[in-house]
Each structure stands twice: as structure tokens, then as C-alpha cells.
Design a protein around this ligand. Sequence first.
Ligand code: SAH
Ligand code: SF4
Length: 407
Amino acid sequence: MNLSVTEAAPLAAESVVRRPSLVGRTRAGLDAALAEIGVPEKERRMRVGQLWNWIYHYGVRDFQEMTTIGKGLRAQLAERFSLDLPEVTAEQVSSDGTRKWLLRMAPTGPRDRGAEIECVYIPEVDRGTLCVSSQVGCTLTCTFCHTGTQRLVRNLTTEEIVAQLMVARDRLGDFPNRSAPDGAFVPNDGGRFVSNIVFMGMGEPLYNFDGVRDAIAVISDDQGLSLGRRRITVSTSGVVPQIEALGAEMGTMLAISLHAVRDDLRNELVPLNKKYPIKDLLDACRNYPGLSNAKRITFEYVMLKGVNDSDAEARELVRLLKGIPAKINLIPFNPWPGTRYECSDWERIERFSEIVFKAGYASPVRTPRGRDILAACGQLKSETEKLSARARLMLEQGEADAAATAH
Ligand code: SAH
Ligand code: SF4
């Protein structure tokens, strides 16, 4: 089996000898790094705190800037480690302000050219949401999702998940003492440029439980990146046995990709349903730790023309969710080349949404964002997957076009 997702540029010599980066590491990971270079145990806790502050609070990219750490130790750290972020191989800015970064991960071995993933930033009036990936590809095969047609390469590591937020903050000038680039979204509440994170990029986060859990611990740590767990949403296609642990160990908001109200149809759209049918999934939701009206579950429902979008299905949806503090998110289907589905007509989506709304649910229809740069749900990676090097050129061209049309 060929495991490479994209064709990458020839291996650069330095990629083989690259020093491991400390960016994205947990406290335990930083402690291990210090142990590796011989820092005595009694000193390490304090040093971990210093590194943590420089890396996550200030976002420094050079050990020399860590002025609270003595020169000798800085030099030792620099000799053995780096503060590298994944390489941004393309950055695109959509006409609606959405930004998409194509990131190349550090190679994991001599034969690895570095997996590529995408990460999307969506500015809105009251928030800035970063959509992150948890895996390269996905093992699941939801029929309406383009990621589902791609071959899984691997889970992302904790560091690689955290690094997506680090890249976003870096590119948005969102660290203290760094200025924002022109045209960046400026929050009006004094908050961060990235105020929310959704695990709605590539991959099934609950199949990478430990990696995601540890990344969330780093991201939500109030000494560093400080993104509260209520501002982090993990979206799952319904890995029932892990849902309780998600609530207990990660304490984040939960989103469920429901998409159908009958098992026969959901078996087709989300084949994982054959293993964990709707009833079991909703039972797990009812038992989600911390569930309350202030901490509702989001149910995602992709609008597929003539497939799942009838009035009867809207009413059934409302009936099914009875008793669960819920929000319903209707997602217009984003088509991709070769798909058998179409997006429901706008009037149909409105009618569906009205039924749900009348039953007492806020049912925002998720406005497709970044369509011009293929950054919408289920489109991640599709362009680069197919076209590899040529796509990158086009992405760069797209960036130039977007910059030219930006206000
Ligand atoms: N694997 C997880 C998270 C990533 S998918 C999950 O399935 O929940 C994030 C969301 O995008 C899911 O709700 C998914 O169903 C939706 N999605 C996937 N492909 C889509 C498409 N082509 N159009 C609209 N939404 C899509
Ligand atoms: Fe994987 Fe989610 Fe796409 Fe299904 S919808 S194939 S679980 S990424």
C-alpha cells in the first residue's frame, strides 16, 4: 500500500537531520527534553515553567529570546532542539477573510517526506474559529465527505495538533508584542484572534484520543495558550465508546455528525452507524458529562438534496433529540468532484430550518466559508491531494489573487 497522500518536494537534506521541535509539547514532554540534556530534576519544574511561558505565551521562535533562562542552558537547548513550526507550504486568503494554511509536518523518518494537512481560520464578528485536523486522512468512509475517500496515513501527534494553533497565531500576529498583519481580523472584545477551536478538519478525533486529549491540555492551559475548554469543540461521527471519556477527560464541547434520522440511511452516509446505531449514539449523548443548557451538544446535519432533507425528517430530528440540551447545525453540502450528492435547494434548507426552529432549537444554517479556496467542510485537502505540486502553485496563485482583491 502506498501511504503517501501528496507528492512532496524532494527531500531537503536538513529535513533528515532536523532537530526535534519543542513546540507543541506537553509539560511532561518539556520535562523529558530537559532531562535529555542533563538538567537536574530539582531544577526542571521551574525550567519547564519558563519554557512554557516563552513558547506558549510569547510564541518565541528563537531560544536566544528566552531571557529568563541563562545563556548556557539556552545554548544547550538550541544545540539539541528547535522551536520550529510545521512549514507553511501555502497560505490562502479567501474573499470572506477565511484563511487556509497548507502545513507540512516534520518528517517522521528518513523515508518520510512530511505529511501535509490543512488548517482553516474563520473570522466572524464575535469570534475567530480555527478548524483543526486530528489525523492525516480518515479511516472512516462517510459517503458525502471527501476526506473519507482519501487513504489514512496516520494520527497526528499532540505536537502537530497544537502546532496548528501556533501557526495560526503566528501568521495572524496573535502573540503579545507582535503586530497583526494588514487585513487581519481584529477582535472587538479584546480577546484573541483565535478565540475558538473546532476539531472539524480532517480525521476522526476520537480515533486519536490520546493525541487530541493531550493537545487540548496544552491548548487550554491558562499559563499559555489559554483557550478555555468551553471554546473547544470536538466533532465526532459517533465513536460511542469514547464519548463519555471525551467529556470526562477533555471536558470540551461535543458535536455529533448525525446527518440522518433513520439507521438505514445513516448506515449509508456514516457507515460507522452500523457499529454504533442512532439509539446508542443518542444514549451516549444523554450521558455526556457536564451536559446542561449552558453546555449543549451540537448536532451537525448536512443538507443533501432528496436524501435527508424532507419535512418528515426535520420533524423526526426534533423528536429524536427531545430531552437532550442541543443545538442543531444545518450544513449546506459542499460538493467535490465525483460526488454523487447535491446540496439541498435553499428553500428546502429554510423550510427544514423553520421546522427545527419552531420546535425550540436555534438552528443556524452554517454559511459556507472560504468556498473560493476549497476551505469548506469536507473539502479540506481535496485540491492538494489530487494535484500535488501543481496544486501548490495554484494555491500560491490563489493567494496572490486573494491578496489583490482584498480590501
Ligand atoms: N470526523 C469528524 C470531524 C471532521 S468532519 C466528524 O465526522 O464529525 C467535520 C464535519 O464536516 C462533520 O460534521 C462532517 O460530517 C462534515 N462534512 C464532511 N464533508 C462535508 C461536505 N462535503 N459538506 C458539508 N459538510 C461536510
Ligand atoms: Fe472521517 Fe468525519 Fe469525513 Fe466521516 S465526515 S470520513 S468521520 S472526516
